[in-house]
Write a protein that binds this ligand. Structure first.
Ligand code: SD4
Length: 333
C-alpha cells in the first residue's frame, strides 16, 4: 500500500517540534524578541541565519579578531556549521537527496563584486571554501557536480564521507514513509541553510551561503544558495542579503538581489527584506504555506531580518554580544 505521508508531514511527525523549539534546544541560547525599531550598530557586525549561526558568528568574529577581513570571516564563520555533523542542512551530516547522496551548494561574495560558487558538490565538506577558490584562482564564477569535485581535489581539499549515520537513518525512514504524492517542497521544520553577512571595521562587507539544500531533493537539483543574487548578494556600496527557505522562490525573484536593490532605493534593510517577501507572497497568489527568510545588512550597519512564517531565527553578533533572535514574520500568528 502506498503511504500518503508527504515529505513535510513526515518531518513534522518525526521531529514533533517546531523550528523555534528545535533552535532553542540545539543551541541552548536564549531567544530574544526582535525589537521593532530600525537597528543599527557599529562594525564589526556578523549576522547569520538560524540557531547554529551563533557558533558560526563566533567563528567569524574570531577571524576578525585575528586581523582577518570580512571575506575571511564569512568563509571561516560558515565553515563552523559545515563542519558540525549535528547541523543536518549544511556540509558534513547534511541530509541527502532522494538517492541517498549528500550534494552541497555554496557561494561567497565580497565588497568588490568578486564571487564564486559551487553547486551539487559531493564528498567535500567545505563547499564555501571551494567556492572561494573558484573566485580566487579562476576567472569563472560557478562550478557544478563532477567538475566542481575534480577542481576541489586539485586544489587540495580532502575527500570526505558526508553521509553520517543519523543522516542515513533519516533517509532510510523517509524512503520507507514516502508518499507517491510527494511534492519535493522544503519541509517546514528543516530550514538550516546558513547565510552570513560580515561588516568589518574597514567598512568592508562580505557574505557566504552554504547548504545541503532540500532534504530528499531530486538528484541534481540545485537551489538558490549557490546562485549569486538568489541565495546571496553583496553590493559593497549598499549592503548585502542572504536567504534561507524554499530556494525556488528566491531563484524566480532573484530574492537577495531584490533586497539589496530595495536598499539602494532607500529602504531600510528591514523594510527591504519584508518587501521582497511580500513579492514572493504576491506571485504565489497572496498565500504561501512554505518558509522563506532573509537577513540583510547595510554598509552603515543597519540590520534587517524577516521571514514568511513563524519560527525563523537569526544570530546577530554586534556591539560585543552574540545573540539569537526571533525574526519578524509576515504570515501566521
Ligand atoms: C535550498 N534554500 O536549497 C535552500 C534550502 C534551505 O535551509 O534554506 N534550507 O532551497
Amino acid at each position: 500500500m502506498v503511504s500518503k505521508l508527504t515529505r513535510r508531514k513526515f518531518l513534522t511527525k518525526t521531529l514533533g517540534i517546531g523550528a523555534a523549539a528545535l533552535g532553542a534546544f540545539r543551541s541552548g541560547t536564549r531567544i530574544l524578541a526582535q525589537p521593532e525599531t530600525v537597528r543599527q550598530a557599529e562594525p564589526p557586525i556578523v549576522i547569520s541565519t538560524w540557531d547554529h549561526g551563533v557558533a558560526s558568528n563566533e567563528g567569524a568574529m574570531k577571524a576578525l579578531r585575528n586581523g582577518m577581513n570580512a571575506l575571511d570571516a564569512a568563509e571561516q564563520g560558515v565553515n563552523v556549521s559545515e563542519n558540525d555533523p549535528d547541523v543536518h542542512s549544511v556540509g558534513l551530516g547534511g541530509y541527502p537527496d532522494e538517492d541517498g547522496i549528500v550534494t552541497l551548494d555554496a557561494c561567497i561574495m565580497d565588497w568588490q563584486w568578486r564571487c564564486g560558487s559551487v553547486g551539487a558538490l559531493q564528498d567535500i565538506k567545505n563547499p564555501v571554501s571551494v567556492a572561494r577558490q573558484v573566485m580566487e584562482v579562476t576567472d569563472h564564477i560557478m562550478l557544478v557536480g563532477e567538475g566542481a569535485k575534480t577542481f576541489a581535489l586539485r586544489m587540495g581539499f580532502p575527500e570526505d564521507k558526508l553521509l553520517t549515520e543519523p543522516a542515513r537513518e533519516w533517509w532510510l525512514n523517509w524512503k520507507r514513509e514516502l508518499s507517491s504524492q510527494d511534492d519535493w517542497l522544503v519541509p517546514e521544520d528543516v530550514h538550516d541553510t546558513i547565510g552570513m553577512l560580515v561588516l568589518d571595521t574597514d567598512g568592508h562587507l562580505a557574505g557566504a551561503c552554504t547548504t545541503s539544500g532540500l532534504a530528499g531533493k531530486i538528484h541534481g537539483r540545485v537551489g538558490d544558495s549557490p546562485l549569486i543574487g538568489s541565495g546571496l548578494y553583496v553590493d559593497g556600496e549598499i549592503g548585502g542579503a542572504a536567504a534561507t527557505g524554499r530556494g525556488e522562490e528566491f531563484i524566480r525573484t532573484n530574492g537577495t538581489h531584490l533586497v539589496v536593490e530595495n536598499m539602494r532605493r532607500g529602504m531600510s534593510p528591514q523594510n527591504a527584506c519584508e518587501d521582497a517577501l511580500r513579492r514572493i507572497v504576491k506571485i504565489n497568489g497572496g498565500m504561501v504555506d512554505f518558509q522563506g527568510a532573509f537577513v540583510a545588512l547595510s554598509i552603515n550597519g543597519e540590520i534587517g531580518a524577516a521571514s514568511l512564517q513563524p519560527g525563523f531565527q537569526y544570530a546577530l553578533f554586534a556591539e560585543g554580544r552574540n545573540e539569537l533572535f526571533d525574526g519578524k514574520h509576515l504570515m501566521g500568528d
